[in-house]
Design a binder for this molecule. Structure first.
Ligand code: HH2
Length: 282
């Protein structure tokens, strides 16, 4: 690809990003937009996470609160109640990296104690306590862009230049994490597809992803099953698999190092051909 692969560091070990890494989604929630309620029982969520790891997810992303458009937040206590048994069981059963999808420092702190390797924060490590925690624990962290909050973000989002604005935000947030002591090699940035963006904004981000890649951090992209995929012809969530895979492949071609997906097996097959074309085969 004409560039040295990034190295993503965790508290223990690292992943050399010389291929596109799949992050599999495990939502332990009653109300996520695609899989809400499916994996709410801990044993079912654990089995699903292990299945995704078997299918090729090097990272499994466990979340206890939906951040879909319009979602209400839940308390840290409720979020922890949902994810605790899953994290506990999972750590003993897999070598896959475990990511905790939370913006709440209290939930992240407990998750890291239970063996989570990564904090996926849709607010871009906004809370100083979160930056301090990630720095202290040497965890990897996803710094994501969102305009507004899940409750309000899809109410007529506007940008002069979506890529420039998202890139400026991610640069500022990543640098403030580094200033708090987070290693640069632990940081992944994510433009936050669907988080305060119209379908055209999401398409433009995918088209001009280079503007985010040039920040110099590994880039994660999460198009999976989202509303904008439906808006371009996929229809409802069940009809969005092919569009989600196309978006993941386009992201990989345009420089993403990680993609966050619900459908690991089918996306992996598509991503491997993308990698063979744009990178040296593994
Ligand atoms: N998207 C969702 C949740 N977390 N994290 C990152 N880094 N990037 C994303 O694009 C992203 C994310 C929303 O998807 P999902 O978890 O499937 O739905 P819900 O928020 O309804 O649980």
């Amino acid at each position: 690809m004409g560039r040295e692969p990034h190295i993503l560091r965790f508290h223990k070990g690292e992943i050399v990003l010389d291929h596109t890494v799949l992050m599999g989604v495990v939502n332990v929630t009653p109300d996520s937009f695609f899989d809400g309620g499916k994996y709410a029982a801990p044993d079912v969520a654990v089995a699903h996470a292990l299945h995704l790891a078997d299918q090729g997810a090097e990272i499994v992303d466990v979340g206890g609160e939906s951040t879909r458009p319009g979602a209400e937040s839940v308390s840290a206590a409720e979020e922890w109640r949902r994810v605790e048994p899953v994290l506990k069981a999972l750590r003993a059963k897999t070598d896959a990296r475990i990511s905790i999808d939370t913006y709440k420092p209290d939930v992240a702190a407990k998750a890291v104690k239970f063996g989570a390797d990564m904090v996926n924060d849709v607010t871009g490590l906004r809370a100083p306590k979160m930056r301090a925690l990630v720095a202290k624990e040497g965890a990897a962290a996803v710094v994501m862009h969102m305009k507004g909050t899940p409750k309000t973000m899809q109410r007529n989002p506007g940008y002069k230049d979506v890529v420039a604005e998202v890139a400026a935000f991610l640069k500022e947030r990543a640098e403030s994490a580094v200033a708090a002591g987070v290693s640069r090699n632990c940081i992944v940035v994510d433009p936050g597809l669907g988080f305060g963006k119209t379908p055209e904004h999401n398409a433009e981000i995918l088209r001009r992803l280079g503007g985010i890649v040039r920040l110099g951090y590994p880039v994660l992209v999460g198009p999976s099953r989202k509303w904008f995929v439906g808006a371009f012809g996929g229809g409802d969530v069940d009809g969005r698999l092919e569009g989600s895979i196309a978006a993941a492949v386009l992201a990989a071609l345009n420089g993403a190092d990680l993609v966050r997906v619900h459908d690991v097996e089918s996306t992996a097959k598509a991503i491997r051909i993308a990698d063979a074309v744009v990178r040296k085969p593994r």
